[in-house]
Design a binder for this molecule. Structure first.
Ligand code: AMP
Ligand code: MG
Length: 392
């Protein structure tokens, strides 16, 4: 059985950027990284644009100007101003070529057709120059840029509708077990509602991984082997839950061995999540998470999260960790380091009752996992412990 640190290093060392490319509609490319430079097809702004509601002037040497017309946002007109003439203009409107400045309306007194300027005049004032943000043919965004909402807005403002980005992994979630029935159906004696797959799906969606399929397998060796074979061949990451322990009906481990999946580790000295499997076949990563839901989710945040971040070529591959002070005591039993479901608030942590790996109820209340090292058995009030902040 390996330590948590060893397991994390193995995961880190065996995962790398996916670097497959895919074309996405810009509005659906949030969170993706550009895999090539994006060149602007237009000047931005595409014309000399007024930055104010006010008056565009063809400058002369008096403060008095004669109004000769108006340009609104969206107008396609080009009034020809002579020195001493002005047009009313609005934010976002095209400034006539013959106008050199825009004066904001608050600094102008209007007397019929004549306006008086009460502002200093400097060439180009309140005018956004053509191509101020980016020139036509210029570099709009560099390869590797993460597409934030702002980046998406910017690309769309350039009229770009599709981008080439690094593909996100195709992910398969596989739940195993004869006892599982789908929520919404009757619950016969001996059965439980299957929760792991939807829980992990939700965790993946919240991390913006949407290419996810769910599969279910009953406790049957042949079915487990043949379904896993197909799934592994068509996915970048396979997350199996359950069936990976050593019970008579746990067929996942045996199937993965038969399918020549390279075992990178099986069993980690930790609580929860001891029976954790990680392996690879070709470039496909395979996790066998414990069936117990709370253990499965802990392992997801600790290990699967890291593979996902590495695949996405992100600089930070682990969830944020902070030191936080306990507000209550806890006695750790057994000989494994433990991750405790807890509530983190402003530097303090409350350790929750009900840490069993079968209990999602506690997990549902928590926003953090607190790490209790191997050598600590008694956690006291005000102890400082490392706390993993969950993306909830
Ligand atoms: P296993 O690892 O298959 O022995 O499962 C351990 C425990 O987790 C058992 O109590 C299972 O019923 C439960 N379990 C396994 N898979 C799921 C699942 N997909 N949803 C909810 N509970 C599960
Ligand atoms: Mg099972």
């Amino acid at each position: 059985m390996i330590t948590i640190q060893e397991a994390l290093s193995i995961v880190k060392d065996n995962s790398k950027p996916l670097l497959k490319e895919t074309t996405k509609k810009v509005e659906k490319a949030g969170g993706y990284l550009l895999c090539q430079d994006v060149v602007s097809p237009i000047y931005m702004p595409p014309f000399r644009q007024s930055a104010m509601d006010g008056y565009a002037l063809c400058v002369h040497d008096s403060v008095e100007y004669t109004l000769i017309g108006e340009v609104k946002a969206g107008d396609d007109i080009e009034p020809k101003l002579l020195p001493g003439q002005a047009v009313r203009i609005f934010t976002g409107a095209a400034v006539p070529d013959s106008a050199g400045v825009v004066i904001m309306q608050e600094k102008v007194t209007v007397k019929g057709e004549v306006i008086l300027i009460e502002d200093t005049i400097s060439d180009g004032k309140n005018i956004r120059p053509l191509g101020e943000q980016v020139q036509k043919g210029g570099l709009a965004l560099k390869k590797g840029t993460k597409l934030t909402p702002a980046a998406i807005g910017y690309l769309i403002s350039l009229g770009i509708t599709e981008v080439l980005v690094y593909k996100k992994p195709s992910i398969a979630i596989v739940s195993t077990g004869n006892e599982l029935v789908q929520a919404g159906q009757d619950l016969p004696k001996g059965k439980i509602y299957e929760s792991n797959s939807k829980m992990l799906l939700s965790a993946l969606y919240s991390l913006k991984f949407y290419d996810v399929e769910i599969h279910t397998i009953v406790d049957d060796y042949e079915q487990t082997k043949s379904k896993l074979s197909t799934i592994i061949n068509s996915s970048d990451l396979v997350i199996v839950t359950g069936g990976v322990s050593v019970g008579d009906y746990d067929f996942v481990g045996k199937s993965l061995r038969e399918l020549a999946v390279q075992e990178l580790f099986y069993k980690v000295k930790q609580k929860p999540g001891k029976p954790l499997f990680y392996g690879k076949k070709g470039e496909t990563h395979i996790f066998g998470l414990p069936g117990n839901p709370a253990a499965a989710l802990s392992c997801f945040y600790l290990y699967v999260y890291m593979v996902l971040q590495k695949m996405m070529n992100r600089a930070v591959v682990e969830l944020p960790r902070v030191k936080a002070k306990t507000t209550n005591a806890f006695i750790k039993r057994g000989d494994r380091p433990q991750f405790l479901k807890a509530i983190y608030k402003e530097g303090n942590i409350t350790l929750l009752e009900g840490q069993s790996s079968a209990m999602l109820q506690t997990f549902a209340l928590s926003n953090a996992l607190v790490f209790v090292p191997l050598e600590v058995s008694n956690v006291n009030v005000n102890d400082e412990l490392e706390t993993i902040l969950l993306p909830v």
